[in-house]
Design a binder for this molecule. Structure first.
Ligand code: DQQ
Length: 539
C-alpha cells in the first residue's frame, strides 16, 4: 500500500471523489518526464486519505479533442449514485473544449477503466467573447435549485475587452451532461485578476461544524465559497459570499476582499486546489498542488516533481465570520507516535532554545505561545511601520513583539532552518495586528532554489493564545495558524539538516519575552514515512 509520489511528475489534483468505500484522487501527470507536458490523468486510491495505492493511468491524451492534454476536471455524483467526470481537452489545434468521461464499469469501486463519451467534446465553443484558449477546468456540478432535473456547473475564463483583464466564471446548465446551455450573465468577474483557472464553487455551513454536499441549498445558514487559481500570480484565492441562483450571480460579502484580491487558501506554494464532499465523514476536503521551488534541471535529474498537500478539511470560521478554516484531515493524527512535550518554556528576547527531540525531518508539531502582557501594553506605543512578511527581514528581523515561533528542519548550528513565526504589530487603528509568516530564506545552502518570506495577517480573537500546527516532511513544511485561519506551505531543500533535523523555539523580539506554554512534537508512524513521507526524499 504505497503511494510513492516521488516518481510522479504531477500537478493539479483532478476529480477527487469518494466512491463505493474508496477515496479517489486523479491528477495531472506526465508519463515521460518530470516536466509539464503530455498531460494524462494519474490515479490513486485510499481508504483513509493517508495510505495510498497507485492505479493505472485513468485517461491519456489519445483523441483529437484532448491530444494536447487531458486537462483539469471535476467529478459529480448524481442523485442516482452515478459518477460523471467533466474535464478540459486541449485539442489538436490547442483550443480548449469540455469533455465527458465516465467509469467503464460503475460497479467497480476502484474505477479502473474510463470511457470518454463518443459525443466529445460536449462543449466545443466558449462563450461568444471568450478566446478558445481561455476556457477551462469545469467544476463539480450542482443541482439547479429551481429545476431538480438540471445541473449547473462553472467554467473559468477571462475577459480582456477594453483592457479589463477580468477573471470570469461562466455557468452552464445541463440535464444529461451531453448538451449544455450557457446561462446569461456571469457567476462572477473581477477586473484585473486575469485568467481564472480551476474554479471551485461550493456551499459552506455558517455553523462551522460540518461540510456540505455541493448541491446543498438553503436561504439561512449557508454561504457559498468561490475559489479561483490566478494564472497571473499562481496563487489560489477565495471569498465567501451569497449565491443568487435565480440571477446566476454570486457576490462576495466583502467587496474589498473579493475573490482574486483578498484571502488565499494558503500563503505559500499551493495552487490549482480542488475540494470534494466526503459523505462518509460529512466534511469538505481540499487538496492543492505543491510544486517544486528548485530548478527544472534538478527535477529532471531526480526524476520527479511536485507533491500534493496533506488533505485538509474546510470549515467556515464561525468565530470571525470572515474566513475559512483549513486543517489536516483527522486521519493524519492516527500516524502520530511518540510525543515530546515541552511546557512553560520562557524564551527571552534575542534567544533560541533547542528542543531535545530525535532527528526530526518528519514530525507533526503543535505549539501555543503567550506574549508578556506588559510588552503587549507597551506595544500600543509602537510606531506603526506597516509590517509585511514578504518585505520584512523575516525571522532574523527584530521588532518590539516579534518575530517569534519555531525553527524546523534546522541543523545544530542553525546554518539551515525554516522558520514559522508570529509577528505582532500595532495596526493603523491602534489595535494589535498579528502576522503569521514562514521564512524560507535560510532553508538550504543550495543556490538554485526560490526562497522567500511568505505570510499574511491572521485574525486573533481577544484573549486567544497564538497557536500553530506544523507538518514537517523533508522538503515540505505545511503550517496552520490559529486553528487554520491561515495556512502556509513551503518547499525547502535542506542539505546539512536533512538527516539530523532539529526543532528550536526562537524569539527575536527586542523587548518582549515569549512563553511557549506548550510545544508538542510527534514522531510520525513509519507507514506514513514509507507512504506519503518518502515522496519528499531528495536524492
Ligand atoms: N493546469 C491544467 C489546466 C489548468 C492548469 C493543465 C492549472 O487545466 O488550468 O495542466 O495548473
Amino acid at each position: 500500500m504505497a503511494m510513492l509520489w516521488r516518481w510522479i511528475p504531477a500537478s493539479d489534483p483532478n476529480g477527487p471523489v469518494y466512491y463505493k468505500g474508496w477515496y479517489h484522487l486523479f491528477y495531472q501527470y506526465n508519463r515521460n518526464a518530470a516536466v509539464w507536458g503530455n498531460i494524462a490523468w494519474g490515479h490513486a486510491i485510499s481508504r483513509d486519505l493517508v495510505h495510498w495505492i497507485h492505479l493505472p493511468i485513468a485517461m491519456v491524451p489519445d483523441s483529437w479533442y484532448d491530444v494536447n492534454g487531458v486537462w483539469t476536471g471535476s467529478a459529480t455524483i448524481l442523485p442516482t449514485g452515478e459518477l460523471v467526470m467533466l474535464y478540459t481537452g486541449s485539442t489538436n489545434v490547442t483550443t480548449q473544449v469540455q469533455c465527458l468521461a465516465f467509469p467503464a464499469d460503475p460497479s467497480d469501486p476502484l474505477l479502473l477503466r474510463w470511457f470518454k463519451h463518443p459525443s466529445n467534446p460536449v462543449i466545443l465553443s466558449p462563450p461568444p467573447t471568450v478566446l478558445p484558449h481561455d476556457f477551462r477546468d469545469p467544476t463539480t456540478a450542482w443541482v439547479d435549485p429551481f429545476d431538480p432535473s438540471a445541473f449547473l456547473l462553472a467554467i473559468g475564463s477571462k475577459d480582456d475587452t477594453d483592457g479589463q483583464h477580468a477573471g470570469v466564471a461562466y455557468v452552464y446548465r445541463t440535464h444529461d451532461f451531453l448538451s449544455y446551455e450557457l446561462l446569461s450573465g456571469r457567476l462572477h468577474e473581477v477586473t484585473g485578476t486575469g485568467m481564472w483557472e480551476c474554479v471551485d464553487f461550493f456551499p459552506i455551513s455558517v455553523g462551522g461544524k460540518i461540510g456540505l454536499e455541493t448541491s446543498e441549498w438553503a436561504e439561512d445558514g449557508v454561504r457559498h465559497v468561490l475559489k479561483v487559481s490566478l494564472d497571473d500570480d499562481r496563487h489560489d484565492y477565495y471569498a465567501i459570499g451569497t449565491y443568487n441562483a435565480s440571477k446566476n450571480r454570486w457576490m462576495a460579502d466583502d467587496k474589498k476582499k473579493d475573490v482574486g484580491i483578498g484571502l488565499r487558501y494558503d500563503w505559500g506554494k499551493f495552487y490549482a486546489a480542488k475540494t470534494f464532499y466526503d459523505k462518509e465523514k460529512r466534511r469538505r476536503v481540499l487538496w492543492g498542488w505543491v510544486g517544486e521551488t528548485d530548478s527544472e534541471r534538478s527535477d529532471v535529474s531526480k526524476g520527479w516533481a511536485s507533491l500534493m498537500s496533506i488533505p485538509r478539511t474546510v470549515l467556515f470560521d464561525s468565530q470571525t465570520g470572515s474566513n475559512l478554516l483549513f486543517w489536516p484531515v483527522e486521519e493524519v493524527d492516527l500516524l502520530r507516535t511518540t510525543v515530546y512535550h515541552f511546557a512553560g518554556v520562557t524564551v527571552s528576547p534575542g534567544s533560541v532554545v533547542p528542543l531535545s527531540t530525535p532527528a526530526a525531518a518528519q514530525v507533526d508539531i503543535e505549539a501555543e505561545f503567550e506574549l508578556d502582557p506588559s510588552a503587549l501594553a507597551a506595544a500600543a506605543l509602537e510606531v506603526d511601520v506597516g509590517y509585511n512578511c514578504t518585505t520584512s527581514g523575516g525571522a532574523a528581523g527584530r521588532g518590539l513583539l516579534g518575530p517569534f515561533g519555531l525553527l524546523v528542519l534546522a541543523d545544530k548550528d542553525l546554518a539551515e532552518q525554516t522558520a514559522a513565526y508570529f509577528y505582532v504589530a500595532r495596526a493603523a487603528d491602534g489595535g494589535l495586528r498579528t502576522h503569521f509568516c514562514q521564512d524560507e530564506t535560510r532553508s538550504s545552502r543550495a543556490s538554485d532554489i526560490v526562497k522567500s518570506v511568505v505570510g499574511h495577517p491572521v485574525p486573533v480573537i481577544d484573549g486567544e493564545a497564538l497557536t500553530v500546527r506544523i507538518l514537517v516532511d523533508h522538503s515540505i513544511v505545511e503550517s496552520f495558524a490559529q486553528g487554520g485561519r491561515s495556512a502556509i506551505t513551503s518547499r525547502v531543500y535542506p542539505t546539512q539538516a536533512f538527516n539530523a533535523a532539529r526543532v528550536f523555539i526562537f524569539n527575536n523580539a527586542t523587548n518582549a519575552s515569549v512563553k511557549a506554554k506548550s510545544v508538542k512534537v510527534w514522531e510520525m508512524d513509519s507507514t506514513f514515512n514509507h507512504n506519503h513521507r518518502e515522496q519528499n526524499l531528495r536524492c
